[in-house]
Design a binder for this molecule. Structure first.
Ligand SMILES: Cc1cc2nc3c(=O)[nH]c(=O)nc-3n(C[C@H](O)[C@H](O)[C@H](O)COP(=O)(O)O)c2cc1C
Length: 152
């Protein structure tokens, strides 16, 4: 099972509806491909984690890389792991507009430029995705158990 983590910059700021559209299409596609994951966008910076069989992930990532809605993609990590940590949704996204998301350890990242600069750091990116994933579960009234993700 491959986990792929990347960051990218949006070509232009996308409205909520455009992000929701990406996620709805993605979850239909990803479910068919046995892929799960999570996406966040903050003031024009994307972070996404994808989990699934290596061949399926590589093929999907090649398609996402050609998407003209974003650029400056950087793969932050590829890990072969036995299980999934983001297995609750085939794809979902965490709107980070709730102030309580930014309290505590992410307080310094709320500023869009600070977030963009730090988004290339794998550990920070994964920590944000993990927190956003759990947050989205709380908002949805679900309990998506997060497997411990340790960047080794
Ligand atoms: C930041 C970002 C993340 C995306 N993630 C996925 C994804 O997880 N799965 C997916 O199928 N498409 C994803 N897409 C969209 C793909 O690039 C592509 O538009 C889509 O797969 C085409 O699918 P369709 O032919 O069903 O419209 C993403 C696009 C962007 C900009």
């Amino acid at each position: 099972m491959l986990t792929l983590l990347y960051r990218s910059d949006a070509v232009s700021l996308l409205p909520f509806s455009a992000l929701a559209d990406i996620c709805v299409r993605s979850s239909t596609n990803n479910r068919r491909l046995g892929i799960t994951g999570f996406l966040v966008e903050h003031e024009g910076t994307f972070l996404q984690v994808l989990e699934g069989e290596a061949e399926a992930i590589n093929r999907l990532f090649a398609r996402i890389s050609k998407d003209e809605r974003h650029y400056n993609m950087a793969v932050l990590g590829r890990w072969e792991r036995p299980g999934r940590s983001f297995g609750f949704w085939a794809m979902n996204f965490g709107p980070l507009d709730n102030p309580s998301f930014w309290q505590g350890r992410f307080a310094d990242l709320r500023d869009g430029e600070a977030f963009r600069l730090r988004s290339g750091d794998a550990e920070t990116a994964m920590a944000v995705l993990c927190q956003a994933y759990v947050f989205a579960g709380t908002v949805a009234g679900a309990d998506p158990v997060i497997g411990d993700f340790v960047i080794g």
